[in-house]
Design a binder for this molecule. Structure first.
Ligand code: AHM
Ligand code: MG
Length: 335
């Protein structure tokens, strides 16, 4: 049986008509979708093209770049530059902000992306993803400085991710809920397969890299310990744990069946503020999680409300089902 699904274009045109979604944003979303389709193709053919390995270079955060990190970055760069409203691009893989306009105007777009997140999964053939978001400038800009791109996550008008798993998903929000599309192989189309994705309030599943236990603060240890104690502990229920080392895969699982994802600041990463990056990892994912009815926090404050200090800033991340995130926040408040 073949089901009839709404195409990405049909959905975007409907959003234009019913919610006044900007036409230029529609084109930009389609260019982002194209980027993801191309990257998906490159990943799936990676072993034949010999592009799964490392390059000789490191990115600004001192991490070795995979060849596919660089390829995916180039794909995003070229496609996101198509839209005449895009003023600047900020990527995990580029040291500097890339300015496309000399005198950006109010209403122009800033695009943030992590072209290939979780790329340590590439050569073991596990899921990776791309993360992206768009912010609209509120005023004309006279001087191009990095401060211009340091806008809070609450300013995002669009955010999403693509998951390169058994199938290629495109999940995004324009601020009207979360929609999940799947790339239909052989057709070039993304079809709306998971409309209005939403999170339950509660969960019995958590995701954390438990090998970092020795670095965690008291609050994270307390939370995880209570989960692990299961029925006999204070939570009085049995918890399951998952860790795929790919935030996109993790958040997609959580959107699908609930859960909470933690990559907290800890004793080892506190000098940099955490592991995950605010502008192109934490903010887009927080937008999606909140739009799906969940909560996204540093443990002490809402991620979307954090004022960025630099464009590669890192931050503590705790997101997913509302009740779990609020419980962890309450533990931090007690500490
Ligand atoms: P990356 O942007 O360098 O790929 O790092 C981000 C990834 C996340 O997707 C994932 O949650 C985390 O790093 C995994 O970290 P760890 O190696 O500690 O498990
Ligand atoms: Mg990343």
């Amino acid at each position: 049986m073949t089901l009839e699904h709404t195409t990405l274009r049909k959905y975007l045109l409907q959003m234009q008509k019913e919610h006044g979604l900007d036409q230029d944003l529609t084109l930009l979303v389609e260019d982002i979708a194209t980027s993801c389709r191309i990257i998906s193709h490159q990943i799936r053919n990676g072993p034949f093209l010999d592009i799964l390995g490392a390059t000789e270079t490191s990115n600004i955060q001192g991490e070795t770049q995979k060849q596919l990190d660089v390829i995916a970055n180039d794909v995003f760069l070229s496609h996101c530059s198509n839209c005449q409203r895009v003023a600047a691009l900020v990527s995990e893989e580029m040291d500097d902000v890339i300015w496309l306009k000399e005198t950006p105007k109010a209403g122009d777009y800033l695009v943030y992306f992590d072209p290939l997140d979780g790329s340590s999964n590439l050569n073991v053939n596990l899921s990776v993803g791309s993360i992206f978001s768009v912010v609209e400038l509120e005023q004309d800009i006279e001087t191009l400085t990095n401060e211009v791109v340091l806008l809070k996550g609450t300013k995002q008008v669009f955010a999403g991710y693509s998951l390169y798993g058994p199938s290629t998903s495109l999940v995004f929000s324009t601020g009207k809920g979360v929609q999940g599309f799947t790339h239909k192989m052989g057709t070039g189309e993304f079809l709306l397969t998971f409309p209005d994705m939403c999170l339950p309030d509660s969960t019995e599943e958590f995701a954390i890299n438990a090998s970092r236990w020795r670095h965690w603060d008291e609050t994270i240890r307390r939370y995880v310990e209570e989960c692990i104690k299961g029925e006999n502990g204070p939570r009085q229920k049995s918890f399951n744990m998952r860790w795929t080392a790919s935030m996109v895969a993790e958040i997609h699982r959580i959107l699908t069946r609930g859960g909470v994802f933690l990559y907290p600041v800890d004793a080892e990463n506190e000098q940099t503020g955490g592991k995950l990056r605010l502008l192109y990892e934490a903010n887009p994912m927080s937008f999606i999680v909140e739009q799906a009815g969940g909560r996204a926090s540093t443990g002490r404050e809402r991620i979307l409300g954090v004022q960025p200090q630099s464009h590669h800033q890192r931050i503590s991340v705790i997101m997913g089902c509302r009740n779990e995130v609020e419980l962890i926040e309450s533990y931090y408040a007690e500490q």
